[in-house]
Design a protein around this ligand. Structure first.
Ligand code: SF4
Length: 243
């Protein structure tokens, strides 16, 4: 954002220095999101005690959750900070849609990690999700139903980050493409783009926006790739009397 305001291409900056020291036009800069600014007036008019009186599970304040997925009433919900995903679904979203059972959720947007429905009692707030490898981030909560199989959100997220990578960092630029290629498809077999020995596909690792791609240098297809692998497996000698 700061790069854009300065008239440059909107690329991330390496830190340090942090924007609080060297920010917009080289001056110390304080960055806040609009949700914080939104509450300033209420804080001043009603006092911090009013705001702190909200909250659940030991947390304080109110928070906007953008809930999507197979819930009856998706949308932006103003709810107590620290509310659990189950409470959010049941009390603010009317429950899951008919025929859909709660299976997993993204607590903080596409990059905030994914948790199973069995872990539906974790307070959603800053610093409560880190022990589980997640974070609240934008509080864009996605509720995944059972009908959406386990592989689908992972593949969708990997594809998103592969396509949206700005290309500056190698783990992101190349890693997302490779992770997608090695993730299983719906059938449980390797994806078409998986770079395996003998496959004519390769990963384009050149830097650049969205540059990391699995590129086919031949007219291979999923069926051809899988067929070649099946033949390779069949050609292996029997192990412990099994073929
Ligand atoms: S390559 Fe990925 S992780 Fe690195 S700055 Fe770009 S989007 Fe962020």
């Amino acid at each position: 954002m700061i790069e854009s305001i300065e008239g440059k291409r909107g690329m991330p900056r390496l830190r340090p220095p942090y924007v609080a020291q060297v920010g917009l036009f080289g001056r110390p800069t304080l960055e806040h999101n609009f949700e914080t600014l939104y509450w300033v007036r209420d804080m001043l008019e009603r006092g911090p005690e009013w705001f702190a009186a909200h909250g659940r599970n030991g947390r304080k304040g109110l928070r906007s959750f953008s809930v999507s997925g197979r819930v009856r009433e998706p949308g932006v919900k103003l709810a107590p900070a620290g509310i659990t995903i189950q409470e959010l679904i049941d009390e603010y979203c009317g429950g899951m849609q008919d025929g859909h059972k709660f299976y997993a959720y993204l607590p903080g947007g596409a990059s905030g990690g994914i948790l199973p429905a069995a872990m539906n009692d974790i307070p959603l707030d800053f610093d409560t999700l880190q022990p589980y490898g997640c974070f609240i981030g934008s509080a864009a909560v996605w509720c995944c139903p059972t009908r959406t199989a386990r592989w689908a959100p992972r593949a969708t997220l990997l594809r998103f980050f592969r396509d949206e990578s700005c290309g500056q960092c190698t783990p992101c630029r190349a890693g997302t493409a490779k992770a997608l290629a090695s993730s299983p498809s719906r059938s449980g077999t390797s994806r078409a783009g998986r770079p395996v020995a003998g496959d004519a596909r390769r990963v384009d690792l050149r830097p650049g926006p969205g540059r990391a791609r699995i590129r086919s240098t031949a007219s291979s297809s999923t069926s051809r790739t899988n067929s070649a692998r099946e033949q390779s497996l069949r050609a292996r000698p029997a192990i412990h009397g099994k073929t």
